[in-house]
Design a protein around this ligand. Structure first.
Ligand code: AMP
Length: 225
């Protein structure tokens, strides 16, 4: 069980997708779950929409309930990489309780660190598939055909909440609780820090190295030293 932490546009989504593929994990992104709920016009989507458009966090109670339902539906999966969750101390504590109820626990939290000015630059090039949620970047991680999703051929879009004024609001609101969550895992000896300024491949390699002593599908590896 892995948690990927980092500011907006640190590359969490891309790295979580790689970690899921490389380690056979379920990729659970709360941002993607909220966006899907919005597309489907469900009651959850209607509630989440206002918060997301303002660049605010969706209240913990709603977010935790959604994650609990997603986890309950994924009992067959060997492990999970959490992307964009937990984002507050309350969510981190609730996640521990949810996992304890399933007889499992977080093995490692990875903090992807990127300076603010680099983030602002990156956001300008971000595109996402509105259908499957796959993230792309115009220069760092382009799709095979410009403007089109590699997976399902859908025309890519820029997210409303990547607009500069919303983006800055998201950073202002989301960084302090993110550091609280990082401290929570650090105090439990579970936090690894990775420099997110490097290429996607280099960050993936750093994450792989940071988790080489655990089995993120659930069981801590016992190593013969
Ligand atoms: P993301 O795609 O992870 O950047 O999330 C997009 C938006 O969804 C955020 O700006 C929040 O409004 C909402 N969101 C995603 N994950 C969470 C979470 N764990 N807690 C509260 N709100 C969230």
């Amino acid at each position: 069980m892995l948690v990927l932490l980092g500011p907006v546009a640190a590359g969490k989504g891309t790295q979580a997708a790689h970690a899921a593929r490389n380690h056979g994990l379920l990729h659970l992104s709360t941002g993607d779950l909220f966006r899907r709920a919005m597309r489907e016009g469900s009651p959850l989507g209607e509630v989440a929409q206002g918060y997301m458009q303002r660049g605010e966090l969706v209240p913990d109670e709603i977010t935790v309930r959604m994650v609990g339902e997603a986890l309950a539906g994924s009992a067959a999966s060997p492990g999970v990489v959490f992307d964009g969750f937990p984002r507050t101390l309350e969510q981190a504590q609730a996640l521990d309780e949810l996992l304890a109820g399933q007889g499992t626990a977080i093995d490692r939290a990875i903090l992807i660190e990127v300076p603010e000015e680099v983030l602002v630059e990156r956001v300008a090039g971000r595109w996402v598939c509105p259908e499957c949620g796959t993230p792309y970047h115009a220069t760092d991680d382009p799709p095979r055909e410009a403007g089109v999703c590699d997976r399902d051929g859908t025309t890519l879009v820029q997210r409303d909440d990547d607009k500069p004024e919303v983006f800055r609001a998201r950073l202002r609101e989301q960084l302090p609780p993110m550091y609280d969550v990082a401290t929570y895992y650090d105090e439990r000896g579970l936090l690894s820090r990775v420099d997110g300024r490097h290429s996607i491949g280099a960050v993936t390699a750093a994450i792989t190295e940071a988790i080489d002593d655990i089995d993120p599908s659930g069981n801590t590896l016992v190593r013969d030293e």
